[in-house]
Design a protein around this ligand. Structure first.
Ligand code: SF4
Length: 341
């Protein structure tokens, strides 16, 4: 997969007061990306699209460059204490994107250029919880890798946390452009996670993302660079060939990960589920989808505020769990499976 180049960029004028904003402006101009301005990074107009599908696709190719106002960070329980607000959205189009219901009809990409303000606030939060460790999640509203070659935001963030005695950082990506991060002075304070799936699942449902083998190769590089490593396998599907497909994924990881990385490895597994709202969204944007979303095949699980979800039936869940846990522990006996829901 090639590097992401936006089709258009929209700047808040104030972003040019910051060195990163200026640099980004010059870089995009040099790439001949059309640039316009907006009063606020929250109210962006000028993204074309006559139908919801068109607007969605155009938004995914639009980069908004802004200044983050306000200081508070959102919570991020249970995986971290706070979300670290660095960027939003991503150019890929996974049919089951976990951000699909939160980013609205035009999920444009956004990056913030006032990193020092964001780091200062992170330091305040760290100080408030001292002497406990405070964790920050960098992918709660985005996949941060595709814009990294333009901004260097992750590089600076990883080095910032490398200097924090009591601050830790984690993020997750479905992308493979990790080379610029291999020489960061991370000091073991960033857990670099990859979101993976069986090769056939990625090919079918995760549009404009690198294939499984490329992500696993990227994870190998990150492991050699000494980062603590983690994997999210999600959503785990139950289909005709699932055992062989997921076994191939685990064997691909086995072939790439050096011995040192296996001592501190985390896995998070999420079985496929959907809500009525997510299903309608997916059918709007991907009318030809072959995602298995037949309510009658699932168990309905009541949720908060009436937002119930359709999950696999207990006997299917038990089969998925048993197979995946056995396989993972047979290959990575020291790994930690943080959850399998
Ligand atoms: Fe959503 Fe992640 Fe896919 Fe991007 S890569 S579309 S953030 S699931």
């Amino acid at each position: 997969m090639s590097f992401f180049i936006p089709k258009r960029a929209i700047f808040e004028p104030r972003a040019l007061d910051y060195p990163m904003g200026k640099e980004l402006y010059e870089k995009l101009k040099g790439m001949e990306v059309p640039i316009t301005f907006t009063g606020s990074h929250n109210r962006v107009s000028g993204i074309p699209g006559k139908t919801p599908r068109e607007a969605f696709r155009e938004a995914k190719r639009t980069l908004v460059v802004g200044v983050r106002k306000g200081t508070d960070f959102a919570g991020c329980k249970p995986s971290a204490h706070y979300q670290l607000p660095l960027n939003t959205s991503c150019p890929s189009m996974c049919e089951y994107c976990y951000l699909a219901t939160t980013l609205g009809k035009k999920p444009y990409l956004r990056v913030y250029v006032n990193l020092d303000d964001i780091f200062n606030q992170a330091e305040n939060y760290i100080a408030q919880r001292a002497p406990e460790i405070t964790w920050f999640e960098g992918a709660a509203t985005s996949d941060p890798i595709p814009t990294e070659h333009l901004t260097g935001i992750l590089y600076k963030t990883i080095e910032f946390f490398g200097r924090q005695e009591l601050g830790r950082f984690r993020f997750v990506t479905k992308h493979d452009k990790v080379d610029s991060l291999l020489l960061c002075r991370h000091n073991g304070h960033t857990r670099f996670r990859f979101s993976l799936n069986a090769a056939a699942v990625i090919e079918k449902y995760e549009h404009i993302t690198p294939p499984m083998a490329d992500r696993v190769a990227a994870a190998g590089k990150v492991a050699h660079a000494g980062y603590p490593l983690g994997f999210i396998i999600a959503p785990v599907f139950y289909f005709a060939d699932w055992r062989r497909q997921y076994e191939e994924l685990i064997m691909a990881l086995d072939a790439q990960l050096p011995a040192a990385a296996r001592k501190d490895l985390t896995f998070e597994l999420i079985s496929h589920r959907f809500t009525k709202r997510a299903k309608n969204n997916i059918l709007d944007l991907f009318p030809e989808t072959t995602l298995p979303m037949e309510e009658e095949d699932r168990k309905y699980k009541y949720g908060q505020f009436g937002y119930g979800k359709y999950v696999y039936r207990p006997e299917v869940m038990a089969e998925l769990k048993e197979f995946m846990k056995n396989k993972l522990f047979s290959v990575f006996p020291h790994a930690q499976i943080e959850y399998f829901v």
